[in-house]
Ligand binder design. Structure first.
Ligand SMILES: C[S@@+](CC[C@H](N)C(=O)[O-])C[C@H]1O[C@@H](n2cnc3c(N)ncnc32)[C@H](O)[C@@H]1O
Length: 220
């Protein structure tokens, strides 16, 4: 799949309201393990492929500055309207920046985002972003992410299951694959693994895993 077809796939999902991945509350793996990133108060956290995730609200509530990136205009507008906020909107190259308080979302394709548009980040939080991409785009996504932020600490939530049970997304990402994507830049530590209650989509036994990625080289 190329990045353009991937974008059409997700835009259509939002237009049809097929957003079963959305969680009404902050993900417990985030709230339990954010401390593992050892962040300073007011740190800048990048949330790639953010959807309308409540994780951003929770992170902002902890005193962090949050910058998301999301393709869908529907998701971005709903995120702010559900909070009762009217965001300011400015053009940011080929993307648009929506912002209110300490949350800013760059609406557009992450592959069009540049380090200059994003600004310096202290950490990354990825839930259901890496695993949203099919295998052939995952490596490109990881390389692009690294080019955007440099090697900053990351909290990464993935799923591991038998891929023959479900087509995906979400895709299964094994530990070996993760190490092949990130191993040159990061040390990977599994912080917690828990069974998905009732199985993934009620069908496939799966584990949800949270990883800490610690840079091998400090960012400049
Ligand atoms: C599985 S959802 C996860 C959303 C969010 N992280 C969460 O936990 O609810 C993946 C999201 O990535 C967005 N997306 C997919 N490809 C993208 C791209 N190339 N650039 C920006 N956003 C993208 C989709 O629109 C969708 O909202």
């Amino acid at each position: 799949m190329d990045t353009a077809s991937n974008a059409v796939f997700w835009q259509e999902k939002w237009e049809r309201g097929e957003t079963g991945f959305h969680e009404p509350q902050a993900n417990p793996l985030l709230t339990r393990h954010i401390a593992a990133l050892d962040l300073l108060a007011g740190a800048q956290i990048f949330v790639p492929l953010c959807g309308m995730s409540q994780d951003m609200v929770w992170l902002a509530g902890q005193g962090y500055h949050v910058t998301g990136c999301e393709l869908s205009d529907v998701a971005v507008r709903r995120f702010f309207s559900d909070l009762g906020l009217t965001p300011a909107i400015v053009q940011a190259g080929p993307l648009r920046r929506f912002f209110a308080g300490s949350i800013s979302i760059l609406e557009g394709n992450i592959f069009d985002l540049t380090p200059g548009l994003l600004g310096p980040m202290d950490a990354i939080y990825d839930r259901a972003a890496l695993i949203a991409f099919p295998e052939d785009l995952r490596r490109a996504y990881v390389a692009h992410l690294l080019s955007l932020t440099g090697p900053v600490p990351e909290l990464l939530v993935t799923l591991d299951y038998d891929q023959s049970c479900l087509k995906g997304p979400p895709f299964s990402v094994s530990e070996a694959s993760l190490r092949s994507y990130y191993g040159k830049a990061y040390t990977l530590t599994l912080l917690e693994s828990r069974a998905v209650e009732g199985g993934l989509k009620g069908r496939c036994p799966a584990s949800e895993n949270v990883w800490r990625l610690s840079p091998l080289l400090p960012s400049s």
